[in-house]
Design a binder for this molecule. Structure first.
Ligand code: MN
Length: 231
Protein backbone atom coordinates (compact mmCIF):
# COMPACT_ATOMS: atom_id res chain seq x y z
CA UNK A 1 0.00 0.00 0.00
CA UNK A 2 1.12 3.51 -0.64
CA UNK A 3 0.19 6.65 1.22
CA UNK A 4 -2.21 8.94 -0.60
CA UNK A 5 -0.24 11.94 0.62
CA UNK A 6 2.63 12.60 2.98
CA UNK A 7 1.65 12.34 6.65
CA UNK A 8 2.35 15.43 8.74
CA UNK A 9 5.83 15.63 10.21
CA UNK A 10 6.16 14.87 13.94
CA UNK A 11 5.91 17.87 16.23
CA UNK A 12 9.18 18.10 18.18
CA UNK A 13 10.19 20.37 21.05
CA UNK A 14 13.92 20.66 21.82
CA UNK A 15 15.05 19.81 25.35
CA UNK A 16 17.81 21.43 27.38
CA UNK A 17 19.68 18.11 27.49
CA UNK A 18 19.94 17.86 23.71
CA UNK A 19 16.96 15.72 22.75
CA UNK A 20 13.68 16.28 20.95
CA UNK A 21 10.39 15.69 22.78
CA UNK A 22 7.69 14.40 20.38
CA UNK A 23 4.34 16.05 21.11
CA UNK A 24 1.29 13.80 21.18
CA UNK A 25 -1.59 15.93 22.54
CA UNK A 26 -2.10 19.32 24.16
CA UNK A 27 -4.35 19.79 27.20
CA UNK A 28 -5.00 23.22 28.71
CA UNK A 29 -6.40 24.19 32.12
CA UNK A 30 -8.94 27.01 32.30
CA UNK A 31 -8.94 29.68 35.04
CA UNK A 32 -6.14 28.41 37.29
CA UNK A 33 -5.12 31.78 38.79
CA UNK A 34 -7.62 33.71 40.94
CA UNK A 35 -6.85 37.18 39.53
CA UNK A 36 -7.26 35.91 35.97
CA UNK A 37 -10.56 34.22 36.86
CA UNK A 38 -11.76 37.58 38.23
CA UNK A 39 -10.66 39.51 35.12
CA UNK A 40 -12.64 37.02 33.02
CA UNK A 41 -15.73 37.66 35.18
CA UNK A 42 -15.70 34.67 37.51
CA UNK A 43 -15.52 34.13 41.25
CA UNK A 44 -12.35 32.08 41.76
CA UNK A 45 -13.70 29.61 44.26
CA UNK A 46 -11.85 26.34 44.10
CA UNK A 47 -14.14 24.55 41.67
CA UNK A 48 -12.59 21.45 40.08
CA UNK A 49 -10.15 22.25 37.26
CA UNK A 50 -11.56 22.08 33.74
CA UNK A 51 -9.74 21.36 30.51
CA UNK A 52 -9.79 22.03 26.80
CA UNK A 53 -7.55 20.64 24.07
CA UNK A 54 -5.50 21.79 21.11
CA UNK A 55 -3.93 19.98 18.20
CA UNK A 56 -0.24 19.14 18.53
CA UNK A 57 0.33 20.95 15.23
CA UNK A 58 -0.48 24.29 16.92
CA UNK A 59 2.97 24.18 18.57
CA UNK A 60 5.39 26.97 17.63
CA UNK A 61 9.00 26.99 18.84
CA UNK A 62 10.89 29.91 20.35
CA UNK A 63 12.20 32.59 17.95
CA UNK A 64 9.51 31.71 15.40
CA UNK A 65 6.73 33.90 14.10
CA UNK A 66 3.05 33.54 14.98
CA UNK A 67 0.97 34.75 12.03
CA UNK A 68 -2.02 36.81 13.20
CA UNK A 69 -4.88 34.33 12.68
CA UNK A 70 -7.94 34.79 10.53
CA UNK A 71 -11.47 35.45 11.85
CA UNK A 72 -10.47 37.53 14.87
CA UNK A 73 -9.79 41.12 15.87
CA UNK A 74 -8.89 40.24 19.48
CA UNK A 75 -5.95 37.80 19.50
CA UNK A 76 -4.62 37.63 23.08
CA UNK A 77 -1.59 36.30 24.95
CA UNK A 78 -1.70 33.96 27.94
CA UNK A 79 1.69 33.04 29.46
CA UNK A 80 1.63 29.61 31.10
CA UNK A 81 3.77 26.94 32.72
CA UNK A 82 3.75 23.86 30.47
CA UNK A 83 4.07 20.38 31.97
CA UNK A 84 5.45 17.62 29.71
CA UNK A 85 4.29 14.11 30.54
CA UNK A 86 6.98 11.41 30.38
CA UNK A 87 5.19 8.19 31.28
CA UNK A 88 1.66 6.88 30.86
CA UNK A 89 -0.94 6.49 33.56
CA UNK A 90 -4.57 6.90 34.49
CA UNK A 91 -6.14 7.65 37.87
CA UNK A 92 -2.74 8.79 39.12
CA UNK A 93 -2.71 9.77 42.82
CA UNK A 94 -1.53 13.30 43.63
CA UNK A 95 1.49 12.00 45.55
CA UNK A 96 2.64 9.97 42.52
CA UNK A 97 1.84 12.58 39.87
CA UNK A 98 5.34 14.04 39.56
CA UNK A 99 6.69 10.58 38.67
CA UNK A 100 4.82 11.01 35.35
CA UNK A 101 6.22 14.48 34.61
CA UNK A 102 9.25 14.57 32.28
CA UNK A 103 9.79 18.30 32.59
CA UNK A 104 8.66 21.87 32.11
CA UNK A 105 8.70 24.74 29.64
CA UNK A 106 7.36 28.25 29.24
CA UNK A 107 4.36 28.42 26.92
CA UNK A 108 1.79 30.76 25.45
CA UNK A 109 -1.87 29.83 25.05
CA UNK A 110 -2.70 32.31 22.29
CA UNK A 111 -6.44 32.89 22.08
CA UNK A 112 -8.99 34.37 19.69
CA UNK A 113 -10.73 36.01 22.65
CA UNK A 114 -13.66 37.36 20.66
CA UNK A 115 -14.55 33.89 19.38
CA UNK A 116 -13.98 32.30 22.80
CA UNK A 117 -16.26 34.83 24.53
CA UNK A 118 -18.98 34.48 21.89
CA UNK A 119 -18.89 30.70 22.34
CA UNK A 120 -18.87 31.01 26.12
CA UNK A 121 -21.91 33.30 26.06
CA UNK A 122 -23.89 30.68 24.14
CA UNK A 123 -22.61 27.69 26.13
CA UNK A 124 -20.80 26.39 23.06
CA UNK A 125 -17.37 24.70 22.87
CA UNK A 126 -14.28 26.93 22.92
CA UNK A 127 -12.49 25.17 20.05
CA UNK A 128 -12.55 28.01 17.55
CA UNK A 129 -11.33 30.46 20.18
CA UNK A 130 -8.54 28.27 21.53
CA UNK A 131 -7.51 25.57 19.05
CA UNK A 132 -6.02 27.99 16.54
CA UNK A 133 -3.16 27.62 14.07
CA UNK A 134 0.20 28.54 15.65
CA UNK A 135 -1.52 29.24 18.99
CA UNK A 136 0.74 27.14 21.26
CA UNK A 137 4.26 28.61 21.37
CA UNK A 138 6.60 26.71 23.70
CA UNK A 139 10.17 27.22 24.85
CA UNK A 140 12.93 24.70 25.45
CA UNK A 141 11.81 21.82 27.68
CA UNK A 142 13.80 21.29 30.87
CA UNK A 143 13.91 18.03 32.84
CA UNK A 144 11.83 18.01 36.01
CA UNK A 145 14.85 18.68 38.20
CA UNK A 146 14.87 22.27 36.88
CA UNK A 147 11.67 23.13 38.74
CA UNK A 148 10.86 20.14 40.96
CA UNK A 149 7.16 20.35 41.73
CA UNK A 150 6.99 23.87 40.20
CA UNK A 151 5.43 25.16 43.41
CA UNK A 152 6.92 28.65 43.18
CA UNK A 153 8.87 30.96 40.89
CA UNK A 154 8.17 34.11 38.91
CA UNK A 155 6.14 33.77 35.69
CA UNK A 156 5.91 36.75 33.39
CA UNK A 157 5.38 38.17 29.93
CA UNK A 158 6.58 41.33 28.27
CA UNK A 159 5.29 42.73 24.98
CA UNK A 160 7.77 45.00 23.19
CA UNK A 161 9.66 45.19 26.49
CA UNK A 162 6.69 46.33 28.62
CA UNK A 163 5.47 44.04 31.41
CA UNK A 164 2.00 42.68 30.62
CA UNK A 165 1.76 39.67 32.95
CA UNK A 166 3.69 38.97 36.16
CA UNK A 167 2.82 36.51 38.93
CA UNK A 168 4.21 33.57 40.86
CA UNK A 169 3.61 29.86 40.29
CA UNK A 170 2.61 29.64 43.98
CA UNK A 171 -0.59 31.47 42.91
CA UNK A 172 -1.82 28.47 40.87
CA UNK A 173 -5.23 27.45 42.24
CA UNK A 174 -4.52 23.81 41.29
CA UNK A 175 -0.89 22.72 41.65
CA UNK A 176 1.00 20.74 39.04
CA UNK A 177 0.56 17.40 40.90
CA UNK A 178 -3.15 18.13 41.37
CA UNK A 179 -3.63 19.02 37.69
CA UNK A 180 -1.84 15.84 36.52
CA UNK A 181 -3.84 13.70 38.95
CA UNK A 182 -7.16 15.25 37.98
CA UNK A 183 -6.53 15.05 34.21
CA UNK A 184 -5.45 11.41 34.53
CA UNK A 185 -8.90 10.71 35.93
CA UNK A 186 -10.36 11.80 32.57
CA UNK A 187 -7.77 10.39 30.12
CA UNK A 188 -4.90 7.92 30.19
CA UNK A 189 -1.97 10.30 30.01
CA UNK A 190 0.78 9.33 27.59
CA UNK A 191 4.36 10.40 26.94
CA UNK A 192 4.24 13.39 24.64
CA UNK A 193 1.21 14.97 26.30
CA UNK A 194 1.67 18.65 27.14
CA UNK A 195 -0.43 20.38 29.79
CA UNK A 196 -0.69 24.19 29.64
CA UNK A 197 -1.53 24.93 33.27
CA UNK A 198 -3.38 28.25 32.98
CA UNK A 199 -2.49 31.94 32.86
CA UNK A 200 -2.22 34.64 35.51
CA UNK A 201 -3.91 38.04 35.19
CA UNK A 202 -3.02 40.61 32.55
CA UNK A 203 -4.13 38.96 29.32
CA UNK A 204 -4.42 41.48 26.49
CA UNK A 205 -4.52 41.71 22.69
CA UNK A 206 -1.50 41.69 20.39
CA UNK A 207 -0.97 43.08 16.90
CA UNK A 208 1.36 42.19 14.04
CA UNK A 209 4.89 43.32 14.84
CA UNK A 210 4.62 42.74 18.60
CA UNK A 211 7.50 40.85 20.22
CA UNK A 212 6.43 38.60 23.10
CA UNK A 213 8.96 37.42 25.67
CA UNK A 214 7.66 34.87 28.18
CA UNK A 215 9.65 33.69 31.16
CA UNK A 216 9.57 31.43 34.20
CA UNK A 217 12.42 31.50 36.70
CA UNK A 218 14.75 28.57 36.03
CA UNK A 219 13.59 27.87 32.47
CA UNK A 220 14.77 29.11 29.08
CA UNK A 221 12.73 32.13 27.97
CA UNK A 222 10.32 31.95 25.04
CA UNK A 223 10.33 34.65 22.40
CA UNK A 224 7.91 34.97 19.49
CA UNK A 225 6.96 37.72 17.07
CA UNK A 226 3.40 38.30 15.86
CA UNK A 227 3.56 38.33 12.07
CA UNK A 228 1.06 39.62 9.51
CA UNK A 229 -1.70 37.17 8.59
CA UNK A 230 -0.47 34.17 6.60
CA UNK A 231 -1.59 34.13 2.94
MN1 MN B 1 -4.88 29.47 28.91
Amino acid sequence: MTLLFAPPPPVLVPTSDGHDYPVRRIFCVGRNYAEHAREMGFDPDREPPFFFTKWAETVVLSDAAVPYPQATSDFQHEVELVVAIGSSGRDIPVDAALDHVWGYAVGLDMTRRDLQMAARAKGRPWDTGKNVEASSPIGTLHPRAALGDAASGTIGLTVNGAVRQRADLSMLIWSVPEVVAFLSGLYRLEPGDLIYTGTPAGVAPVVAGDVLEASIAGLAPLRVTIAPPAP
